[in-house]
Structure formats: structure tokens, C-alpha cells
Ligand binder design. Structure first.
Ligand code: ATP
Length: 372
């Protein structure tokens, strides 16, 4: 952990060396995180990776075993939850059932005896598009509407940071999709910092401008959704964000920006993400939608890496695309998602095909990176 220099002011949320242990078990390990003010940040990871514990420490519901949390330069590591400019929206909306929607949203302002309650609540109801529902009780609203009330009730307190703990987990898929876009719109409008916890990679990528992928209490990789998707640095990230074909290979030649990698007797080119030595073993990664499929010997439109000798073992027509499994000579089945543009015919099970992809669409993962 780099020591923070005196006068080094960061106006966002900063975690430094944050560790949380429960008895002998470490749920979050030496976490360093800078979340800029006004950003939409997602903590993404499988169940048990420590994301909720991290969120709870920011909310003040857990105290770190070691490390510090600062917000706009102020140390809040041990501050009481209600003393922090932080609000949380949970999956269970926790609305007051006996109060109508207006009074639910007004609650925080009335308790703190704030002026102009009527105007502020109306503005907030407009923001979450519930103006016409103001006099209904929570039970009369749909799940998505109730979640928007919960959001309005938290935002009206003007927290510097809004924490969202799997807020859409209870909604069905279609509603979840539209709420993702809705919450993103609201965040852009209010401009506050949102920190969102989810195990759903699509949700994190849809909503957040920066995603931190957590695994076993550590951050595996952090970046924009497209950075993480196009340039995963570990097999965990490659597999957690979408699907990847990972083919074993060994580095044969290095050039300035491309490395030549041999995989099962076939040599392909891959962008050199960092220094690789001859003989280094690793995984060649390529996303299923980046692979072109054609008849063997056919000149495919994207020049580059060409891998012959595959045989189609499964075909699934899924509307926008056709998803193939292709068995390669070395026994591995690769996934290929072909867009159904109407320009190409479908291939059948048992047909011999050739796969190809542009070098820049593939990535190379060192074996050693997954050793930890
Ligand atoms: P989920 O999506 O399932 O909530 P998560 O990534 O949010 O998972 P956490 O809830 O942060 O994970 O939990 C991380 C680990 O810490 C888990 O193994 C969990 O069992 C453990 N843990 C969390 N809270 C406590 C606690 N109060 N006492 C003991 N262990 C805990």
C-alpha cells in the first residue's frame, strides 16, 4: 500500500489497505480503491467474494479490521452509519407499508425538519417517474416501482455516495433490464457517486462506468466494461465476463507488438500485452462472437489467424445469432457465435469448417497469473 502523501486530496471515496476478518476468515483482503466523485462504480463478483462486506464497511455497518476509508478527504473509517453522507438501497425495499409513496419519500426530510418538503418530494417523484402514484401505498405498486420509491427515498437525503446492494435482485429479467437503464439515467441526472454491488456481469457492464471484479476478497481487475471484456488479465475475469474460448499455447516468437503463439501445432498471432519470453505457456483467449466460421479452404473476409480442421458438433439457432460448437483436432470444443445477417448459410453438424479471427481480437493469458 502506497502511503498517502500529506495534502494529496481526493474528493471521491478512497479505501486504503482495507481488510475485514471474521474470526480466522478474511472476507476482504488489503483492498485499495479510488472511486471518483460522480462516477457509477460496480463491485462485481461471485457469491462470497466479499463485495457486500466491502459495501457494508463503506456504509458503516461493519468496521474494517485494518485500513482506512475516506470520503472527500475525511476519514470515515469508524464513523457511525448515520454520521456519514452515505445512503444504501437494499434488495428488500424496506418501505413503510402504512405510509403512502409521498410520505415514504418525505420521511428523511421531515425527520430532519427540512423546509420545502413538498417541492423536494415532488421533484424526486418526477425524477423516478412516480408522480401519479404519490398517494398510493407501497403494496399497490409493482416491484420495479417500489424499488424506484426506495431510490427516491435515499436520494432525497442528498448523500455524497449512494450504495446499491443487489437492488434489482428480486425483479424479473425484463423489468431488471429496464430498471438498469432507468437507474443509470437517474445517476447521470443527479451526478452523485453510485456504488453498485452485483453478481450479474451484464448488469454491472450495462450500468457502471468502472467495474471492479472481485474474487476471494481481492480485486482481480478493474476498468471500463469494454476494457475488462476485451482485455481480461486472468481466466477468472475472462470467464466471469461473458464467454471465452481458452486454448493452451506456448510463445514461439516475439515482435514489437505481436507475439506468435503455437497452439496444438497451429501458429497464431496475438497482441503482446506485456513482455513474453519464448517458451512461456499460456492461454490463447478468443470470444465466441469474434470467431468467423467458413468452409475449409475458404478465404474468410477477416484475414488473420486461421485454424483449420474443425468439425461442427452442435448448432443452436437463437434468433439474432447461431451458436456453434466446433470440435478441433486436439479434442477441444470451441464456441462460435455467428450473427444471423442473412449473408451466410448455416452449417450443419458433421461439416468440416475453418475458423478464423483477427489477431487484435484475441488475448494471451499467462498460466502464472492464475497460480495465485
Ligand atoms: P453474496 O453475493 O452471496 O452476498 P458477497 O460477495 O457479497 O456474496 P460477502 O457477503 O461480502 O460476499 O461475504 C464474504 C465472505 O465473508 C463469505 O464467505 C461470508 O460467509 C463471510 N461473512 C460475511 N459476513 C460475515 C459475518 N458477519 N460473520 C462471518 N462471516 C461472514
Amino acid at each position: 500500500t502506497a502511503p498517502v502523501a500529506a495534502g494529496d486530496h481526493f474528493d471521491g471515496l478512497r479505501l486504503r489497505g482495507v481488510t475485514k476478518s471474521f474470526g480466522g476468515f478474511t472476507a476482504v483482503r488489503d483492498l485499495d480503491l479510488d472511486i471518483p466523485s460522480g462516477s457509477f462504480f460496480a463491485l462485481l463478483g461471485p457469491s462470497g467474494c466479499g463485495k457486500t462486506t466491502t459495501l457494508r464497511m463503506v456504509a458503516g455497518l461493519e468496521t474494517p479490521t485494518s485500513g482506512s476509508i475516506t470520503l472527500a478527504g475525511e476519514d470515515i473509517t469508524t464513523a457511525k452509519p448515520y454520521r456519514r453522507p452515505v445512503n444504501t438501497v437494499f434488495q428488500s425495499y424496506a418501505l413503510f407499508p402504512h405510509l403512502d409513496i409521498f410520505e415514504n419519500v418525505a420521511f428523511g426530510l421531515r425527520r430532519r425538519k427540512r423546509p420545502e418538503v413538498e417541492r423536494q418530494v415532488n421533484e424526486m417523484l418526477e425524477l423516478v417517474e412516480l408522480t401519479t402514484q404519490a398517494r398510493k401505498k407501497p403494496a399497490q405498486l409493482s416491484g420495479g416501482q417500489q424499488q424506484r420509491v426506495a431510490l427516491a427515498r435515499a436520494l432525497i437525503n442528498e448523500p455524497q455516495v449512494l450504495l446499491l446492494d443487489e437492488p434489482l435482485g428480486a425483479l424479473d429479467l425484463k423489468l431488471r433490464r429496464s430498471m438498469q437503464i432507468e437507474i443509470k439515467r437517474i445517476q447521470t441526472e443527479v451526478g452523485q457517486t453510485f456504488v453498485h454491488v452485483t453478481h450479474d456481469q451484464e448488469e454491472a457492464m450495462t450500468m457502471a462506468d468502472t467495474v471492479a471484479v472481485m474474487n476471494g476478497g481481492l480485486i482481480e481487475q478493474m476498468g471500463s466494461p469494454s476494457e475488462l471484456y476485451e482485455n481480461p488479465r486472468s481466466t477468472f475475469v475472462a470467464n466471469f465476463l461473458g464467454q471465452s474460448n481458452l486454448i493452451e499455447g506456448a510463445v514461439r516468437e516475439r515482435a514489437a507488438d505481436l507475439v506468435r503463439v503455437e497452439m496444438h501445432g497451429i501458429t497464431v498471432s496475438i497482441p503482446a500485452a506485456r513482455a513474453h519470453a519464448d517458451g512461456d505457456k499460456g492461454w490463447v483467449g478468443i470470444r465466441p462472437e469474434k470467431v468467423l466460421i467458413g468452409e475449409e479452404g475458404e478465404e474468410l473476409d477477416a484475414p488473420g489467424n486461421s485454424v483449420p480442421g474443425g468439425v461442427v458438433s452442435d448448432v443452436s439457432f437463437v434468433g439474432v445469432s447461431t451458436q456453434y460448437l466446433v470440435r478441433m483436432p486436439w479434442g477441444q470444443e470451441l464456441q462460435v457465435f455467428a450473427q444471423n445477417t442473412g449473408h451466410r448459410r448455416l452449417f450443419r453438424v458433421g461439416e468440416r469448417v475453418e475458423l478464423s479471427w483477427r489477431p487484435e481480437y484475441s488475448f494471451l493469458l499467462d498460466f502464472s497469473q492464475d497460480a495465485s
